[in-house]
Design a protein around this ligand. Sequence first.
Ligand code: ARG
Length: 456
Amino acid sequence: MAKMWAGRTSGDTNKLADDFNSSIHFDCKMYKEDIKGSMAHAMMLSAKNIISQKDADALVEGLEGILNDLESGALSFDMSCEDIHMFVEEELTKRLGDVGKKLHTARSRNDQVALDLRMYLRGRIDTISSLVKELLEVLTNKASEHKATIMPGYTHLQRAQPVTFGHHLMAYAMMLLRDLDRLCDCRKRINLSPIGCCALAGTTYDTDRYFEAEKLGFDGICLNSLDGVSDRDFCLELLSALSILMMHLSRFSEEIILWSSWEFKFIELSDSFTTGSSIMPQKKNPDMAELVRGKTGRVYGDLMALLTTLKGLPLAYNKDMQEDKESIFDACDTAEMCLSVFVPMIDEMSVCESNMKKAAQGGFINATDLADYLVKKGLPFRSAYKISGQIVAKCISDGYVLDTLPLSDYKKFSDLFEEDVYEEISLETCVAKRISEGGTSVASVEKQIEYVKSKI
Ligand code: ARG
């Protein structure tokens, strides 16, 4: 079929070149945005007397028909078209004749594709944000259930100080809250309309860019036409926000994988979110968490791919930019899929409180509190630290933990030790005493939960 842009050339491109050039197999995802954008454009053209009201009505009706037919399945995409924009315009012209040919007045595919992409990504951000909110909901509920469940907190993956499982979960909630913030911030910059920038320089027609922006729910317009058609920062921002979100999910996944091993057994994933082995009958594998961790690399790859695509491009539009879509679509699909699985996986996991407690009891994680005990009795911290370290060494060689070492042994290290030391270093006290803002005490975790809930 002759190309709509045939004119200077015959439009008869080589079949290989056609396939190579075409983007309809992925940009067809944006059919709704393309059609809605065209409807607003037709209305603007008639509002500004560039085309007649009658023609605009016919265009809008024709576009509506195409939209309905695509949604009902009566019409399917013609994959021989170059892209979604050409498909819609060709179909419209098939249906309306010459009137259809008026739609592309005062616009270009360059501003059209930027418009479609911004509208499309707006929607994807909203879906992803509501999934993040669902995950936050699940996390805050779980954290609330486990605000007093003691587990070892780690640094260097070595047992460090006692924390609560609720506190640990709320750390992830804080990360996700920032993710939400980033998505929302990026949406603000997405929500500016490029339509009317035309090919690159604007247009000689007396158009009204604000009319279209308002009709399509934008907060404003891109103020420089060269920038409007060549800016893909909004894709990069979204890819960065999604990369960071995936990094958070990946770190969380890593812990879930560790925690579900027999070495930890802090949690057990539900049967519906684990898999078995084809040979080892005892296996219950955390495949979902592993896949989330694995898919994080893909999203980083999408970000790197687009950054690299854009880095050498002169202004304004270049065909290289067609490469933006597969990257950003893949990242959105991946993040959405990962979140969809993560929410019920976390919701359904069970917590092995007694294993957490047992691990917390075995690693001298109350040694800091032992030092603090001596400080409160008047010793400088560095001296208290040294004595506590020596006591830990003694416990290790004699087979004690701090909670079971006899008072007579404590007294050999310092006269300041009294019977009250045991109460002071109990795990419950260690947690309860960490009342500093953001600390692990129950009251502090409750405050964090309230904060996150107020934000969602
Ligand atoms: N399919 C193209 C893209 O995705 C649409 C814009 C084409 N513009 C052009 N001047 N060839 O970028």
